[in-house]
Design a protein around this ligand. Sequence first.
Ligand code: GDP
Ligand code: MG
Length: 723
Amino acid sequence: MAIKIALAGNPNCGKTTLFNALTGSSQFTGNWPGVTVEKKEGNLKGDKDVTVMDLPGIYSLSPYTPEEVVARNYLIHEQPDVIFNIVDGTNLERNLYLSTQLAELGIPMLIAVNMMDMVEKTGDQIRTDKLSQRFGCEVAEISALKGTGIQKAVQKAVSLAQKHTTISLTHPFSPRVEQAIEETADLLKEDVRNGQKRFFAIKLLERDEKIGTLLHRAPDVSGQIRQLEEAFDDDVESIITNERYAFISSMIDECCIRKRGKETQTVSDRIDRIVTNRWLALPVFAAVMFLVYYVSVSTIGDILTGWTNDTLFGEWIIPGVTGVLQAAGCAAWLTSLIADGIVGGVGAVLGFVPQMLVLFLFLAFLEACGYMARVAFIMDRIFRKFGLSGKSFIPMLIGSGCGVPGIMASRTIENQRDRRMTIMTTTFVPCGAKLPIIGLIAGAFFSNAGWVSWSAYFIGIAAIICSGVILKKTRLFAGDPSPFVMELPAYHLPTAGSVFRSMWERGFSFIKKAGTIILLSTIVLWFLQGFGWVDGRFTMLEPEQLHQSMLAVAGNVLAPVFAPLGWGDWKMAVAAVTGLIAKENVVATFGILFGFAETGELGEEIWSALAASMSGAAAYSFLVFNLLCAPCFAAMGAIKREMNSAKWFWFAIGYQSILAYAVSLCIYQFGAFAATGQFGVGTIAAVLIVAAFVYLLCRPYKENSMAGTSRGQVAGAQSPMRE
Ligand code: GDP
Ligand code: MG
């Protein structure tokens, strides 16, 4: 008999870890709400008859977030044979809140207390036999990470499913509430299966807007609601929530033996005292990110990338390929296409893959060990001052890998204005594909100073905060930020496997891109730069005729637009435009235009050729422009989908491009003024832009706004959810 097991639990309770262990698959585990919005299905290893479903992490069965809706619709409609409810043993009180609701669905259920390895470390004890008795269902102890107890727990779940053992509910509400539930359940008649009546009745009493749509005919329960609210002098949702928590805490008192008193602190608490300290948090974060970028772009990554570029491609692959092609007697144009175009262009991008992998490795580690969750919490404190929610920070963190999932992660922001603003600003954080640009500029112009790559990251964050402030002051975006609550998981050493997997998942997509879209672009670019009209005749060009190529003609039309930013050369203009196809293309374009065509020598130092073409201020302005301007087509597509409106899509793209242009203009004009005393119309324009910018930042908020007033929803291990 086929059996369906549904894994349900709070975010971060270890569902995906368990799912991977049970099914042998490798779903991404992440610390972020919204990482698992979709449900995932797999077969139990060694028993194809048992399907396991990884539901999104949820705190309750209310319909407040997309995750909650997905999970509860699944549980109601698909009716799995058994619910495998995972609860985080280090955070029982909050986790059991969901359990009390799952228990009402009339489906056999097992509670698996996870993270037992951590619980044991603290010396706490959980009396699972007592818990089982009080709750009225089977309870198992497991550690999804270490794999202990999971087979036994699954066997228990399977046998519950086979026997259809439903829960013997032991947590009745107070008599008045029970009476209202009973009356409501009676009104449901044939519409709802008997086992589910209690769940539907409670949701109806809680005025759950979405539950009515699941019924043919929602009964009128306003009478019951009024009676309850008069009796308790509170709204029904709060009454029921309070009773659930009262039940849970009485159970915890009985079933948990805590070793540590309130005053002793765990290691996590002690680290958090420093890391989330009001004054130290930001400097610590800045230092951590500096280290990450310094190591991945300026030291280890630089050595690896230097080797890949100079030795692997410069000395082996390019001369090797050329030699082979020449020996085979290939036509000159074909040799040029393959060696200069494809190997040169794609190779310039692939050369940065080592840097990218090192960066992804660090980011994956920071995410998995729990530090990034702290950062979201710290940023919430800061963002809130500017009317943004810390929720906006999560898409940005994901966006530091790739903007597309980053933009998609904004779905978890319920408030539409905040969501739009987050979609617009997420891609300011440098994604992996922008790393080659950063690496190239830092290497060619600034002898790899650590501050260059690091500043790219913080310019991104500054752009987000400033945009937040400016946009919040317009009528389009005014309003309170949505409350942000997230759990701070205890710090832990992630498994090497999961960190490497996450690094590889992110890194591989870039390698794939190099083989497809970048490859295609380099072929087109090679053609455009290699052919042109000489004396009215269309012909293949010699390297020194590059300025007559089709690409040069087109680039020259565009170049004046960028002249005020310091890089009015057609090659830079072309690079910025090809960057829209994929950001790595900027580097591929340089590889083609500076690497060979210019010097005519294969494998020549592209960096020195590039360095000779621009001043430092212009190069930095070019870098910043590419960081902030409209993202690549894939990310634009994601913006279009998530905005779901042409008007808002263009608003976002326009805003990004104008901001990028303005900031780059100021950087170049002030930089040139400081370096050479160059003063002109551009300098005046830059001063005016700064003045306008300061005005937009400092003008008063529109009505109904709340700058500076924190709603005080504190994220923390012990804070209860949505009460
Ligand atoms: P999900 O959000 O419920 O899917 O949770 P994940 O599977 O993504 O796990 C969240 C974090 O908890 C990950 O960093 C896991 O490595 C960690 N984790 C999961 N199970 C255990 C466990 O049994 N013990 C410990 N120490 N950590 C765990
Ligand atoms: Mg998950």
